[in-house]
Design a protein around this ligand. Structure first.
Ligand code: ADP
Length: 172
């Protein structure tokens, strides 16, 4: 039987840290479904379609990766994919508390689902989508942290946001 794992997350946007976790998962599982979450109450910089598109472009040469988007409960999504394994990345102790809470809550919702944690290469252990967004928003370069397609998309996004800001302040 093929072992399938679901790697869920916001991926807003994808970083080399996420990619490191995907590559490590492929060493363990036959197929990895990268599942991009659409949070109903959490606003993202990139739309679900943009986040899925960047992941697809970056992983297109990986044979056993599928990129998908989903809304709703993770446990229901995982069950629908006919697996019981979730992958999450663990960077530092600061990730631990939130991740433990999620694992235990998901277990209450569906006892058959388990989460496997993978630690990225230490180069990426301080890297987060949030920090990358702050760097580019402040005019910095993110090429060491994200693939080219993501860096271009970030610059485009912040150009639009900054232009809108100037237009708005001109009118005042
Ligand atoms: P979420 O909002 O679900 O936490 P993220 O896109 O921030 O979504 O993260 C998705 C998963 O990837 C989480 O398990 C997170 O810990 C992990 N992750 C994020 N950045 C890194 C990184 N630099 N190295 C390893 N794992 C990471």
């Amino acid at each position: 039987m093929r072992k399938i794992a679901v790697y869920p997350g916001s991926f807003d946007p994808l970083t080399y840290g996420h990619l490191d976790v995907i590559k490590r998962s492929l060493e363990i599982f036959d197929k990895v479904i990268v599942a991009v979450i659409e949070h109903p109450h959490k606003s993202a910089l990139f739309t679900l379609e943009e986040r899925v598109g960047m992941l697809k472009a970056t992983t297109k040469s990986f044979k056993n990766v599928k990129v998908d988007g989903f809304r709703g409960l993770l446990v229901n999504y995982v069950k629908a994919k006919r697996t019981n394994i979730v992958i999450r990345g663990l960077r530092a102790i600061s990730d631990f508390e939130y991740e433990l809470q999620m694992v235990l809550m998901n277990r209450r919702l569906n006892n058959s689902i388990d989460t496997i944690f993978l630690m990225p290469d230490e180069r990426y252990s301080y890297l987060s989508s949030g920090l990358v967004k702050e760097i580019v928003a402040a005019g910095g370069k993110a090429d060491k942290f994200v693939p080219e397609v993501v860096e271009k998309a970030l610059h485009r996004k912040f150009d639009i946001i900054n232009k809108t800001k100037y237009l708005t302040s001109d009118k005042i």
